[in-house]
Design a protein around this ligand. Structure first.
Ligand code: PEP
Ligand code: MG
Length: 315
C-alpha cells in the first residue's frame, strides 16, 4: 500500500521544462553551489567574488603586500572549484572582484581602505582592479590553474565597465598570466553603466563572447537613484522606460553581432520582467536560487507565446 502511495506521489512530479533561452543561477557563496545546481539551472550567470574575499577575513591587498600571492590564488582556486566542479560542464561566469571601499574596511588589512564620500560612484569594479592589477592577476592565475585541471567551463566577466579600453587592458593582463581570451575562456562584461550600454558597439569591436546586464547598478546609474537609499526607493525601477530602452538596445546590438546576452541583476529573478526580456530576444537569464523555477516557467510562457504569434502570422 505504501508503495502505491509513493508511486502516486511520483506520478505527480512535474516534468522538467525545456526552454531555448537558458536559465542560469547567481552564486554568491561557493558553499551554496550544490543547492544552486539542484534547481536544474543551465549554468552560473554570475559567480560573485566578494564573499570569498570577505570570508577569508584578509584584505586581498594584504596577501600581496605580505608576499603571499600564492595563498590568495590558493584561496580563490578552492572557492571557485566548489562551483565549477558542481556545474561542470555547464558554464560558470566568474565575475572579477567588485569591491566597494566601505565593505572591505572590516577585513584584516582593510584599515587602509580610503574613505569615499560616495563609494557607489567610487573606487570599485574594473576601474579599481586596473589600479591594483596584482589582485586581478591573482584572480586570473586561479582561473588558469582550474583551466589547466580541465575546467574548461569558466568564463570571465568584468564588472562596472565604463570604457572599451578597460576591457582591452583586462584581456592584456589575462594574456600576461597565460590565459588566451576567447580561446581558453569566454570573456565578457557586465553592462552596469549607461556608458557601457551606449557604447556597446565599441566593446563588441574589442571582442566579447557575452554580456550580462547588471540591472541593479544599471538602474541606479541611469536614474541617479542610490539602490541602498530607502528615501528614494520609490524612484528605483528596473522597468523605467529609460532603463528598458538601454536594455533593448544592448540586446539588439549584441544579437546582430552574435554576442550572447544575459541578465544577472535582481530583475532577472522577476518573472514579469523576464517575460519581456525573452520577447526582446535575450539569450539567457540568471536568477537567484529560489527564483529559478518561477523564472524557468516565465521563460517557457514567453517562448510559447512567441511561437504561437509566429505561427498565427504564417497562416
Ligand atoms: C548588478 O549590479 O545588477 C549586479 C548583479 O551586481 P551587484 O549586485 O553585485 O552590484
Ligand atoms: Mg553591480
Amino acid at each position: 500500500k505504501e508503495n502505491k502511495q509513493e508511486d502516486k506521489a511520483n506520478a505527480t512530479v512535474e516534468a522538467p521544462i525545456i526552454t531555448v533561452t537558458q536559465v542560469k543561477v547567481n552564486v554568491s557563496m561557493p558553499e551554496a553551489a550544490k543547492k544552486a545546481e539542484a534547481t536544474g539551472a543551465d549554468g552560473v550567470g554570475l559567480l560573485r567574488t566578494e564573499h570569498m574575499m570577505l570570508t577569508s577575513g584578509v584584505h586581498p591587498k594584504k596577501y600581496i603586500s605580505d608576499g603571499k600571492e600564492d595563498e590568495l590564488v590558493k584561496m580563490l582556486v578552492e572557492n571557485i572549484l566548489k562551483v565549477v566542479d558542481v556545474f561542470y560542464p555547464k558554464p560558470v561566469w566568474y565575475r572579477t572582484l567588485d569591491a566597494p571601499t566601505d565593505e572591505f574596511k572590516t577585513l584584516d588589512g582593510g584599515e587602509n581602505e580610503p574613505y569615499e564620500h560616495n563609494p557607489m560612484l567610487g573606487w570599485r569594479g574594473i576601474r579599481r582592479e586596473l589600479d591594483e592589477p596584482e589582485i586581478l592577476r591573482a584572480e586570473f592565475k586561479a582561473i588558469k590553474k582550474l583551466y589547466e585541471q580541465g575546467y574548461s567551463n569558466i568564463g570571465i566577466m568584468i564588472p562596472l565597465s565604463q570604457s572599451p579600453e578597460e576591457l582591452k587592458k583586462a584581456k592584456e593582463i589575462a594574456e600576461e598570466v597565460g590565459i588566451r581570451p576567447h580561446i581558453d575562456v569566454d570573456f565578457g562584461i557586465m553592462v552596469e553603466t549607461p556608458a557601457a550600454a551606449l557604447m556597446i558597439d565599441d566593446f563588441i569591436d574589442v571582442g566579447l563572447d557575452f554580456i550580462s546586464l547588471g540591472t541593479n547598478d544599471l538602474t541606479q546609474y541611469t536614474l541617479a537613484v542610490d539602490r541602498n537609499n530607502e528615501l528614494v526607493a520609490s524612484n528605483y525601477s528596473e522597468e523605467h522606460p529609460a532603463v528598458l530602452k538601454l536594455i533593448e538596445m544592448v540586446i539588439n546590438k549584441c544579437n546582430e553581432a552574435g554576442v550572447n546576452t544575459s541578465i544577472c541583476g535582481q530583475a532577472g529573478s522577476k518573472p514579469h520582467i523576464v517575460e519581456k526580456l525573452v520577447e526582446i530576444g535575450i539569450s539567457s537569464v540568471s536568477a537567484n536560487t529560489d527564483a529559478v523555477a518561477d523564472v524557468r516557467r516565465a521563460v517557457a510562457r514567453s517562448e510559447q507565446k512567441l511561437i504561437l504569434d509566429a505561427a498565427r502570422k504564417q497562416k
